[in-house]
Write a protein that binds this ligand. Structure first.
Ligand SMILES: Nc1nc2c(c(=O)[nH]1)N[C@H]1C(S)=C(S)[C@@H](COP(=O)(O)O)O[C@H]1N2
Ligand SMILES: [Mo]
Length: 424
């Protein structure tokens, strides 16, 4: 393993490693390039006709060859598609920013249609002056930009009792990562007038949709980094993500990221709404429930190779890649195991980890063609290490749903195909 660990650390070491492993590694690629390729013809390389004019695509969609990179739902998971979820195709993406068009959606009563003109946001409760803001009012406050992940607490929730869904999209795709532009919630609360004594105060936030998705947030978080956002990745939020305005609650479970944000009330206690009592609480191994698990613990997953992204080449140079994130701050290190957690190699982070945002990792390695039990293990700036499924089950049992941040295993076979499995 040590040779490969070194190979993963720098491009030069990697190339040396490949050469050291001999002709077999470089040979595969070189042999292919040396043979005549039937697809290469005299005319190839120069188009024989003109392309589309600039008026053909006023707003671009991915080219037809990428039509597989789409959100997908799991039909048996929910009774209908109104109160349901679909999943980000994380197995097919790279970098860290999730395009809005394929970023997972989760609604409790469907995605509603609301124009900026119709939009109103009320701030009331224990404030100096209750206020109602229009969309254009919001645009007049100083704005900030931040990249954050949004993970549904139910992400990986089907995997508690055993390996279930065959694909990173389905096991880990209830997550997206966008650059938000918006006004700090603190600014709007200060505009309405904060109570003199903040001790024990909460804010209750709810949406314009029929479910309202009401949640209580401690005032300390509300005044810290919560954003009232109206742009994502530079453009207006999509309808399904809460157009025109949603709440962004960095590092905390997706359910608190209220879409179509309607009302913010300062209260003197938590409301104990449906979404924070009968839902989004954690069943423990002893059968009792734990409430208020707001922060999403450090987690990671190998996105390629994975069941929907099998290895498409023979033995030789190979890139293993995935995503890591933590609601407690920045990711500092990700390790990858090829043997189900017996030995680990430290992966390369594409960029230093950013607080409460996805981090891309790569292990530039050499595949010897044998089967692997691929895992990744994230660490964050608090020193927390992503747990194994066994460790998590000791506390949580097997009947939990939410907050499953266990280490994921893919069984990669000699033919390059991968499957969701568990190792004990
Ligand atoms: N108003 C409203 N806000 C909502 C929801 C909802 O149904 N209605 N779903 C919540 C849940 S459970 C999650 S995980 C996130 C999902 O955000 P997304 O649809 O942008 O992925 O939105 C949250 N905000
Ligand atoms: Mo959620």
């Amino acid at each position: 393993m040590t040779d490969e660990t070194k190979a993963g650390t720098s491009r030069r070491a990697f190339l040396r490693g490949s050469v050291a492993l001999g002709g077999a590694v470089l040979g595969a690629g070189a042999a292919r390039a040396a043979e005549p390729d039937p697809l290469i013809t005299e005319t190839q390389g120069f188009a024989q006709s003109l392309g589309d004019g600039v008026d053909a695509t006023p707003y671009g969609l991915p080219i037809e060859y990428e039509s597989d990179v789409i959100r997908r739902n799991v039909e048996w998971l929910t009774a209908d598609t109104i109160s349901s979820i679909n999943f980000t195709p994380i197995h097919a993406l790279d970098g860290t920013i999730t395009p809005q068009g394929c970023a997972f959606e989760r609604h409790h009563s469907g995605a509603i249609d609301m124009s900026k003109d119709e939009y109103r946001l009320m701030v009331n409760g224990l404030v100096g002056t209750p206020l109602v803001f229009t969309y254009s009012d919001l645009e007049r406050f100083p704005r900030e930009n931040h990249v954050y992940f949004c993970e549904c607490a139910a992400n990986t929730g089907m995997e508690w009792a055993g390996a279930q869904l065959n694909g990173a999209q389905f096991t880990h795709g209830m997550i997206h990562n966008m650059e938000y532009s918006g006004v700090p919630l603190r600014t709007l609360l200060e505009e309405a007038g904060l109570p003199d004594d903040l001790d024990g105060k909460w804010v209750y936030v709810e949406g314009h949709d029929a479910s309202s998705n009401g949640r209580s947030i401690p005032i300390e978080k509300a005044l810290d980094d919560v954003l009232v956002a109206f742009k994502a990745n530079g453009e207006a939020l999509r309808k399904e993500h809460g157009y025109p305005v949603r709440l962004v609650v960095p590092g905390w479970e997706g359910n608190m990221w209220v879409k179509w944000l309607r009302r913010i009330e300062i209260t003197d206690g938590p409301v104990e709404s449906r979404e924070e009592t009968s839902k989004y609480t954690d069943t423990l191994a002893d059968g009792t429930s734990r409430k208020w698990t707001w922060v999403m613990d450090a987690k990671s997953v190998v996105t390629s190779p994975s069941p929907q992204a099998p290895i498409s080449h023979g033995p030789g140079p190979m890139v293993i890649t995935g995503l890591a994130w933590s609601g407690h701050g920045a990711i500092t290190r990700v390790d990858v195991s090829k043997d189900g957690g017996k030995t680990w190699e430290t992966a390369r982070l594409a960029k230093p980890g950013e607080k409460m945002a996805l981090t891309r990792f790569y292990l530039d390695t050499v595949w010897d063609g044998s089967e692997m039990l691929l895992q990744s293990r994230a660490m964050d700036e608090t020193g927390y290490v992503q747990p194994t499924k066994t460790q998590l089950r000791e506390v949580r049992g097997e009947n939990s749903i939410y907050h499953n941040n266990c280490i994921q295993t893919w069984h990669v076979k000699e033919n390059g195909e991968a499957e969701n499995v568990e190792v004990s």
